[in-house]
Structure formats: structure tokens, C-alpha cells
Design a protein around this ligand. Structure first.
Ligand SMILES: O=C[C@H](O)[C@H](O)COP(=O)(O)O
Length: 158
């Protein structure tokens, strides 16, 4: 049986997402499929960084290979996804349901999942994050060719 990947995960949030981010970070740290959780903040109300600041920094960690994945939280998850997607080689999406979380990895090879603290409840968010850890993209799947088209475009444009 293939060994379960040990994930290196970056988490981050703006002020709106901080509490949910902290809850999810704790859940991830307690999961034996997680090697390390790096929390990029924000950590308190005095931290004035906004979702683009944190989202771009987290996605850059993934693009640089310093983390396998990022889990980012803002009010809706939308701003974090937009920001993270600006970093080359990063695929990010907001998702608040099990099927979308699953397909974000299996169809789209997203390394970044974002959630909105004003949209999803903490228990559903925790469940989704747990499910997310069990998902791995198959490089040999039919979906891989489609994702490769996006990567090729990015390389030409970059
Ligand atoms: O996508 C953006 C987030 O939801 C953020 O937390 C709130 O952004 P706003 O203050 O610009 O509405």
C-alpha cells in the first residue's frame, strides 16, 4: 500500500478569518498526516496585513516548494483565492462543500484551499480540511492533461 503523504501546510488569514484559521491550524496539527503547519498569521487584531498580503505570501511558499499546500481563510475565501492564484504555478480555489474540495485536488491539482469564515461553520470547515488531507492528485489521470494546458499557458505568459 502506498504510504500516506506527510503534508507540509501553510495556513494564513486576514482579520476576518483569523479565528477559523486558528481552529483549522489546531486540527491540522493534531492530524498524523501532517508533518508541519506553518502559520503565517495574522495572529492578532493589531496585525494590519490584509488578505492579499497573507495570500500571496502563503502561495509563494507553495510555489517555492517550502510547503506542499496552503489553507487560507478570509471573510469569503474569495480574496484569498484570487491572491493565491496570481502566484505562478499555484492553483487555488474557495470551496465549502465536500465534492468541490475533492475535485479541487483530483481534477484541478489545487495546492491551495481557501474558505470564508463568514460562509462556512467551524465544524464543516474542520471536516473539509480533514477530507482534504486524504486527497492526492494523480499525475497519470485524464485530468492531468487539462491542468498541463494551464501550466503551459502560464509558462508562455510568464
Ligand atoms: O475576499 C475578501 C475577504 O472576504 C475579506 O475578509 C474581506 O474583504 P473586504 O473587507 O474588502 O470586504
Amino acid at each position: 500500500m502506498a504510504e500516506q503523504q506527510q503534508w507540509r501546510i501553510v495556513v494564513g488569514a486576514d482579520d476576518a478569518g483569523m479565528a477559523l484559521k486558528d481552529l483549522l491550524a489546531e486540527a491540522l496539527r493534531g492530524d498524523d498526516r501532517v508533518e508541519v503547519v506553518t502559520d503565517l498569521g495574522v495572529h492578532d487584531a493589531g496585525d494590519e496585513r490584509t488578505y492579499p498580503d497573507v495570500g500571496l505570501a502563503a502561495a509563494q511558499r507553495v510555489a517555492d516548494g517550502e510547503a506542499d499546500r496552503a489553507l487560507l481563510v478570509c471573510g469569503t475565501g474569495i480574496g484569498m483565492a484570487i491572491a493565491a492564484n496570481k502566484v505562478p504555478d499555484v492553483r487555488a480555489t474557495v470551496a465549502h462543500d465536500s465534492y468541490s474540495v475533492q475535485r479541487s485536488v483530483l481534477s484541478n491539482n489545487c495546492q491551495v484551499l481557501t474558505m470564508g469564515s463568514r460562509v462556512v461553520g467551524p465544524e464543516l470547515a474542520r471536516l473539509l480540511a480533514t477530507e482534504w488531507l486524504g486527497l492526492t492528485f494523480d499525475d497519470g489521470s485524464a485530468s492531468a492533461d487539462k491542468v498541463a494546458v494551464i501550466s503551459a499557458f502560464e509558462r508562455r505568459a510568464g
